[in-house]
Design a protein around this ligand. Sequence first.
Ligand code: XIL
Length: 421
Amino acid sequence: MMATRRGVTQQKLQGLAVAWLWIVAGGATLTGCDSGAVTAMAAAAGASNVGGSPGAGGNATATSGSASGGASNAGTAASDSLAQKYADYFPIGAAVGNWHVDNLSDVLKQDFNHLTCENAMKIQDIHPVEGSFSWAEADRVADFARQNGMKLTGHTLLWHRQAPDWMFAGVTAGDAASLETLKGRLKAHIEAMVDRYADVVDNWDVVNEAISDTAAKQYRDGSEQSRWFELFGSEEYIYWAYKFAKDALEESAAGSSAGKLYYNEYVVTTKADKILKLLAWLKDDKGLKIDGVGFQSHENMTWPSTTDLQVAIDKFKTAGYKVKISELDITVYSDYSMGSFMASPALPFSAELEAKQAKRFADLFALYRKNKDVVTSVTFWGVSDDNTWLDNEPVAGRDDFPLLYNDQHAPKAARAAIMAF
Ligand code: XIL
């Protein structure tokens, strides 16, 4: 548990071995999620430089919620709804939990029409003991969505992180009987989740982060903390997760799995070809075509470029898949600007930084709008800067400012910038 200078305790910060990384390779930055992967990624990438220059700077219009901002609630700039503004484009989502419903319900109702549980639906959180569920927080978010006409992303049915030990207990790699036990547990978990939330979830992150961080390797395996791969001995587990999810949905209502099965990943611009290979294997070898790919989109101020994002979007579109922006935030730091990890010193959120970030958000949203035929939703990984996972990753206790609302819950320049079109 870490407390930042804002005094917000980040809940459920798991595994301090886990870091969120920005590794730069000849103009490309890889964002990775397991500190063990740093060396391999850097080596594979031949890391050199990340354009640490501040970029074009901002011509975004500052609002009442600017860096100096004293507003304690949404001011004039926030009087319109972000979700309404984007009604002809795609739903606008936020990752939330109890804290957000307690502290930001008016902002959620005003600006968002889609929600994701930041942690509450992960197996360890919602199913901590076999057959015993902790529904309360996910139920609260789901009820808030139902009451306000919003839909949810089901995040996530299978992930190598936040996966409880009971799921894997007694299972031995290569032992067919114990593998059946593991499959049975996964199936029971997925069925319980679908049974409870199928009415309000319009897309499921069935599998999260299964692709390797190492350039030459296709799948995340045991050396990259995937007990799923390690015990199955292959990527077969991915197929079973989709099969169980699809079957459970079809069981709840025939045809209802259509459009809902997603694969979610980070640094998609660098992993796109590997993800396409996974999708082709599912479709051609296993006979199960899923619907789309979530670009997590934990971006920084300069990487990835909108050009590279467009290339990746086009690849999935051409192959017949939808794209969603599933975990958007924009860190103000570039810890990998020298090619290897070096924690940038903590910054105050200056007016200059705010304008630069607003411009970056505006550029990304212009790209998303341009691709509205294929982009099915855009979700922010949080709402306000006083509660972001980036306060603790990759540097514990360093305040970051990656979201649309500031510490005082006033709209930042970024919000005005993505409304200005
Ligand atoms: C993060 C949460 O925001 C943190 O609170 C938690 O400690 C770790 O997980 N990719 C994902 C998300 O798919 O589930 C992660 O969420 C961020 C990276």
